[in-house]
Design a binder for this molecule. Structure first.
Ligand code: 5AD
Ligand code: SF4
Length: 440
């Protein structure tokens, strides 16, 4: 006889890798739990966390604190914290929040059924922050019928950029066998999926240590041949490892979308060297030129950090100048945040908070000017849009993305969700476009 299922609520913070991990959690626990979007009904409440900046971590800790009330009202509810903060803090989290039942690292998600069992049997909180060499994965789809899917192809990072906590919380770089990735994509396409985004901290070093010898461009070429794959994306590519072979894929492979996220972090050679990024400003600009030569009009987005230790006004001016020179279509920008264990946290020439804030404000003004100009260049053009769902901003409107990744909101019936439609771009906002559905 089937037991009635319990309710699982997952709150996800952070990057797309965490979104993927949360989907995996829902599949792993799917035998006993159904996902709910109502936290107050949860029998199991899991928080999948991010520790990339202190602010991300603070958000998690404040939510855990607030959940004490819910836990008191629902004593049977189990509360767990997983992902990067859990990996970093381990047992310390239990000391700060004794009402937690589970603490599990990024790899612990595949042991969740066992950890839950252990928690119920022992009556004591359980902590699992061990790493394993393999990358397990559970097949299936959390949202059947969704037109797009994230697929993790590798985990961890060996780069040790001096500001970054990822190598410590995600462990060393490991790639998934190509056959397994291809199977996952094929399964999704068989169910009517159209768009796949390959995920990894540094996708361009995909394949190292695997027996099948397929490089990242090799994997893209194999995937691009799969019938039904209309759009293929990947993130993130490290500028140092962006090979000419990969750049050429943008001209060669029809499903590969004309967008690349290429985090530059800073425009000054002095700061790039201190960050251990492994490329100069000139090398970065050279790769951008090559990308634009191979794929004219390719959309370029980036990540930027201001106020890295030792950053002078002249260094910062170099970042602004590089942004103008590349004219990024969009960017994510952050104040440098010292992270535990990282080399830069120990540097003596930390930048005062008000200086960081002031530089971030100047950088934002410039990027907003560049983003708006980039979006305005699309106005009047006819573009193909994969309809993803209802718009978050404009209720009643549909929302989708161009191949070059910009978000478009437009009027249309809900049965278009999951379909490809043509839209005339009418309006440019800072972070999105407005349009009208039309025939090409
Ligand atoms: N402080 C600020 N930003 C950071 N990032 C990574 N580590 C830090 C840090 N310590 C940013 C980088 C990276 C993005 C995911 O987060 O720009 O590309
Ligand atoms: Fe962090 Fe650098 Fe690895 Fe990216 S490449 S995850 S910034 S250490």
């Amino acid at each position: 006889m089937n037991r009635p299922k319990k309710n699982l609520y997952i709150k996800t913070y952070g990057c797309q890798m965490n979104v993927y991990d949360s989907e995996q959690i829902a599949l792993i626990l799917g035998r006993d739990y159904d996902l709910t979007d109502r936290p107050e009904e949860a029998d199991l409440y899991l928080i999948n966390t991010c520790s990339i900046r202190r602010k991300s971590e603070e958000k998690v800790l404040s939510l855990v604190g607030r959940l004490k009330g819910l836990k008191n009202r629902r004593p049977q509810m189990l509360l767990g914290v997983g992902g990067c903060v859990a990996q970093q803090e381990g047992e310390r989290l239990l000391q700060r929040a004794p009402h937690l039942d589970l603490v599990f690292g990024a790899q612990g998600i595949y042991r969740l059924p066992h950890l839950l069992h252990q928690r119920l049997e022992s009556g004591k909180a359980v902590v699992d922050t061990s790493f394993s060499a393999d990358l397990p994965y559970i097949s299936g789809q959390v949202k059947p019928g969704a037109p797009k899917k994230l697929v993790t192809i590798m985990q961890g990072c060996n780069n040790y950029c001096t500001y970054c906590v990822v190598p410590y919380v995600r462990g060393p770089e490991r790639s998934r066998p190509a056959a397994e990735v291809i199977n996952e994509v094929q399964d999704f396409l068989r169910q009517g999926g159209q768009e796949v985004t390959l995920l990894g901290q540094n996708v361009n070093s995909y394949g190292k240590g695997l027996a099948d010898g397929l490089s990242f461009p090799g994997l893209l070429r194999r995937l691009a041949k799969l019938p039904g794959l209309v759009r293929l994306r990947f993130t993130t590519s490290h500028p140092r490892d962006l090979s000419d072979d990969l750049i050429c894929c943008f001209a060669e492979l029809p499903p590969l979308c004309d967008h690349i996220h290429l985090p530059v972090q800073a425009g000054s050679n002095h700061i790039l060297a201190r960050m251990h990024r492994g490329y100069t400003r000139e090398e970065y600009l050279h790769k951008v030129n090559r990308l634009r030569q191979i794929c004219p009009g390719i959309s370029l987005t980036t990540d930027l950090i201001v106020g890295f230790p030792g950053e002078t006004e002249a260094d910062f001016a170099d970042t602004l100048a590089l942004m103008r020179e590349v004219a990024f279509d969009a960017a994510f920008y952050f104040k440098y945040s010292p992270r535990p264990q990282t080399a830069a946290a120990a540097l003596v020439d930390q930048i005062p908070e008000p200086v960081k804030a002031e530089r971030l404000a100047r950088l934002r003004i410039l990027q907003e000017e560049l983003s708006l100009a980039s979006n305005q260049r699309l106005v009047g053009q006819f573009k193909e849009v994969l309809v993803e769902g209802l718009s978050k901003q404009q209720n009643q409107q549909l929302c989708g993305r161009l191949r070059s990744n910009q978000v478009v909101n437009f009027d249309g019936p809900q049965d278009l969700i999951g379909r490809m439609v043509w839209v005339r771009i009418e309006k440019a906002n800072l972070h999105s476009l407005g349009g009208h559905r039309c025939q090409p």
